[in-house]
Design a protein around this ligand. Structure first.
Ligand code: APR
Length: 257
């Protein structure tokens, strides 16, 4: 099947689908200029070991280095705009309210910036911050049992620290070995179980439980489309492989539907 035929077949399946689930990874933001994690040479991890930077142990061992890495990524994102792939998804959602559930592994906020509603951000939000130690690590400033120190009272520094109890602020992202936000994960699993089509875009498919959503959709009877210019670990469960980038492939798949 040629890529043009594959796009045509995929559009037919998407047009007929009452419920669509989309799972995105770093590749959907690549054409906005955001480095992926594993692409050789350009990816974030090409320069670091994930355990050093994206884990609680790594943060506790080197809080300033990890804080600075996230701060540099936040700064880079300030100048970044959603690309045609983000917009194609958001516009489809606006044309068909409630028909497409967008699940992302990305923390860059670009789907939200493009206007996608109800984004299920499985790995958190790089622009948000929370305390490292929840209650009872919190200090006397704790307002309720499950709330620690007032973030705005943090002392300046890298990372900011609570002056009373010494708690450290950390990026509100999911680090290796940490639990995913349960509400978002359950909603994503529901979408995977009930969708007619699962569209996987720009992910290597190596990190679980996110990648497992594609398997779950397939097992539940959905048609699985994988959009990625390169091979991924989810290719084997795809009914159609679409070898294109997100900014070209998503408009080709969704525009006009
Ligand atoms: N369009 C679509 N896909 C692309 C593009 C593009 N322009 N450029 C690269 N890709 C693909 C790559 O081929 C690769 O398969 O995007 C994928 C990026 O894979 P990763 O870098 O592994 O990113 P991701 O799959 O999102 O990683 C999952 O791992 O490190 C953790 O928490 C982190 O959320 C991340 C998770």
């Amino acid at each position: 099947m040629s890529q043009a035929e594959a796009i045509g077949q995929a559009r037919q399946w998407l047009a007929a689908a009452q419920s669509i689930a989309v799972l995105t990874g770093a590749g959907v933001s690549a054409e906005s200029g955001v480095p992926t994690f594993r692409d050789a040479l350009t990816g974030h991890w090409a320069n670091f070991r994930p355990e050093e930077l994206a884990s609680e142990a790594g943060f506790r061992a080197q809080p300033q280095r990890v804080w600075d890495w996230y701060a540099s990524r936040r700064d880079e994102l300030k100048a970044v705009q959603p690309n045609a792939g983000h917009h194609a998804l958001a516009q489809f959602q606006q044309r068909h309210p409630g028909r497409l559930t967008l699940i992302t592994q990305n923390v860059d906020g670009l789907h939200q910036k493009a206007g996608s509603p109800g984004v299920l951000a499985l790995h958190g939000d790089i622009h948000a911050t929370r305390w490292l130690d929840g209650f009872p690590g919190g200090c006397s400033r704790a307002n309720q049992a499950d709330e620690v120190c007032d973030v705005s009272a943090a002392s300046p520094g890298r990372p900011p620290r609570c002056e009373t109890c010494g708690n450290l602020l950390r990026p509100s992202v999911v680090w290796f070995g940490e639990m995913l936000p349960i509400a978002e994960l359950e909603a994503a699993q529901q979408a995977a179980d009930h969708c007619d089509v699962m569209l996987v875009v720009g992910t290597s498919g190596v990190v679980y439980p996110a990648a497992g959503l594609a398997h779950q959709a397939r097992e539940a009877g959905a048609r699985v489309l994988v959009l990625n210019p390169a091979a991924s670990d989810l290719d084997e469960i795809a009914h159609l492989l679409l070898r294109a980038t997100a900014a070209t492939g998503l408009p080709a798949l969704l525009d006009g539907l």
